[in-house]
Design a protein around this ligand. Sequence first.
Ligand SMILES: Nc1ncnc2c1ncn2[C@@H]1O[C@H](COP(=O)(O)OP(=O)(O)O)[C@@H](O)[C@H]1O
Ligand SMILES: CC(=O)OP(=O)(O)O
Ligand SMILES: [Mg+2]
Length: 414
Amino acid sequence: MTKSILAVNAGSSSVKINFYTLENPPRLIADASISGITAPPPTFKYHKGDKKHKQDVKQILSTPQDAFKYLLQRCFSDPELSEVASIDDLEYICHRVVHGGDYLDAVLINDETLDRLKKLEDLAPLHNFSALEIVRLCKAEFPKVPSITFFDSCFHQTIPEAVRTYPINQEIAKANGLRKYGFHGISYSFILRTVAQFLNKPKEKTNLIVMHIGSGASICAIKNGESVDTSMGLTPLAGLPGATRSGSIDPSLVFHYTNEAGHLNPGSTTSMHISTAENILNKQSGWEALTGTTDFSKIAVANPPTKAHKLAFDIVVDRISGYIGSYYVKLNGELDGVVFAGGIGEKSALLRKALVDKCQCLGLAIDDAANDKGPGDDETVKDISKDSGKGPRVLICQTNEQFEMAYHCAASRS
Ligand SMILES: Nc1ncnc2c1ncn2[C@@H]1O[C@H](COP(=O)(O)OP(=O)(O)O)[C@@H](O)[C@H]1O
Ligand SMILES: CC(=O)OP(=O)(O)O
Ligand SMILES: [Mg+2]
């Protein structure tokens, strides 16, 4: 019986689990996901071969842990699904953990590594706790199956010192690990390999600007196959706005958020504890704070229902295009392509069009029909450039963090 790998990706608004055969490269057996955790009702999707199933979930799933438990229950007890998902066949469970601190590579979970990762929970408040709860649950439910954690932050260890260093007291910065880490790295690693292959270039000679735009959004400059800058920082709050995250703001805004603004003194933050500020910027901001919805498909529409929806869309376009310009300079204008990925990057033709139009001066142009059609289910990379061959290519990549983890797991264990 072929052994299998279960890969778990707990994002801020979704949980995706995929089963693969343990072979190099792994083959997909089945996948299941819960999306829209922050915009109920959540949606359950399941796919095996040509069998596809989609339904709204009636029960309340307000955290990624709840969503994971629901997925396990469906996969292991539903007669239709259980044939592919027997616990006895599982050889490894791969988990996406957003913040890996100073870890340079994936680690096998044991008491020591779990303890070390627990200390990082505060640095990715929307992610690490939930991901580690899922790791703990797997340890308890399937004690014989090793769990391996893959980190979003590892891909960015090539970011040069001047880019990753914050201009603050360096003793304090070093003692507390205060630097840019960057995230979505499992996704960037998948995108780099598949896009380089698509372009017929060695990874080491590939220069890209990649946008991973989902409920959490970031952008990465890749030079000669290495991350040289990315918009998220010490935590996934920095950079672009997200569904409930503010993205980068003037750091002093925190001290002026209450009605005591303009009367700053050491006591003026008493009603605004620092963890409250963190909570507001991570969970009560972003496009939900502007429009009332975390669902970007309600915002990226030809006729926005309110001025606030239009404003939210324009803010996202403004912030992303600002980074594209900055990264174009950082890559000395030597750019093979600009890549759209993530739930929004892959699905919103309107956002892609608005961004490419805004970046015309960099030689970017889009083929409207190809853009509107988007990628087919089996099309991992799609070229939507107006005139491929001229200027940097405009591409969509259907990223797959679950595959990336299984791929590295199978490669290192086979
Ligand atoms: N057709 C669409 N147009 C715009 N946004 C979309 C569309 N479909 C899904 N989305 C958005 O994609 C986001 C989820 O992205 P995804 O990368 O899957 O999630 P996560 O960040 O949890 O990993 C949600 O904000 C959802 O509203
Ligand atoms: C790092 C991050 O924000 O991840 P996600 O987009 O999956 O929430
Ligand atoms: Mg995600």
